[in-house]
Design a protein around this ligand. Structure first.
Ligand code: HEC
Length: 199
């Protein structure tokens, strides 16, 4: 037998001798590393903070790094001089969508089907389970009103919600919101080509 195997067997033998023993001490761990470090577990109590929670909420106004959008009009859908909404989907967003508009619309479709179709229906016609269950009146997304609103206003509706519609900023990051805008425009064009509302 190789010497390394002897050592291993001896080690295993010495460990098995501990089995079944009851102890109040720390468990035997061959490689201790950070096993016994002082730490808080999730949702644990902390005497240090006023609310006695070890987990801290993010500082008010904090933005996760992957959600930071430098261009304010891209982030809000509102023109930088605050005179109105951005008229069309920003070029910068299309440019960084890796493949341009086509994959963006596809992404928008996925997100729409997950987050919007529940209420607005998969074609945006407002026929959904939620609507049938008695949710406040849902507009058709190919209404002349929605068709003619600037893309930035549609974006802001998604980001901030409007009247009875809740905001979807937490679920959809900046690029996903614009992608959904692109898809809603595609839905509208499709409805119009089938004789829907004029744009
Ligand atoms: C929980 C249900 C619900 C979901 C989910 C929802 N909406 Fe709405 N949405 C509404 C309601 C209700 C209204 C009508 C608001 C009102 O007039 O009170 C509305 C209105 C709108 C309007 C018209 C706004 C206007 O100014 O007239 C647009 C556009 C819209 N939604 C897009 C979206 C998109 C895009 C999504 C997905 C990101 C979405 N909605 C998800 C309920 C929802």
């Amino acid at each position: 037998m190789k010497p390394a195997l002897h050592i291993l067997l001896a080690l295993m033998g010495s460990l098995s001798a501990c089995r079944g023993q009851v102890t109040e001490g720390a468990p035997i761990v061959v490689e201790r590393n950070m096993y016994d470090q002082e730490k808080y577990n999730p949702q644990a109590y902390s005497p240090f903070f006023a609310d006695h929670g070890a987990m801290r909420p993010p500082v008010v106004g904090a933005v996760p790094q992957d959600r930071f959008e430098e261009d304010e009009s891209v982030a809000t859908g509102v023109l930088s001089d605050a005179t109105g909404y951005v008229m069309t989907i920003p070029e910068a967003v299309v440019a960084r969508s890796r493949g341009g508009m086509a994959p963006m619309v596809q992404r928008g479709r996925e997100r729409f089907d997950i987050y919007c179709a529940t209420c607005h229906g998969r074609t945006g016609d407002g026929a959904s389970l939620v609507a049938r269950a008695g949710f406040p009146k849902l507009p058709k997304l190919d209404d002349a009103r929605v068709c003619t609103m600037p893309d930035g206003q549609l974006y802001a509706t998604i980001a901030n919600g409007v009247r009875n519609m809740p905001p979807y900023a937490a679920q959809l990051d900046v690029d996903d919101r614009w992608a959904v805008v692109a898809y809603v425009r595609a839905l509208e064009l499709n409805q119009i080509s089938q004789g829907g509302s004029p744009r």
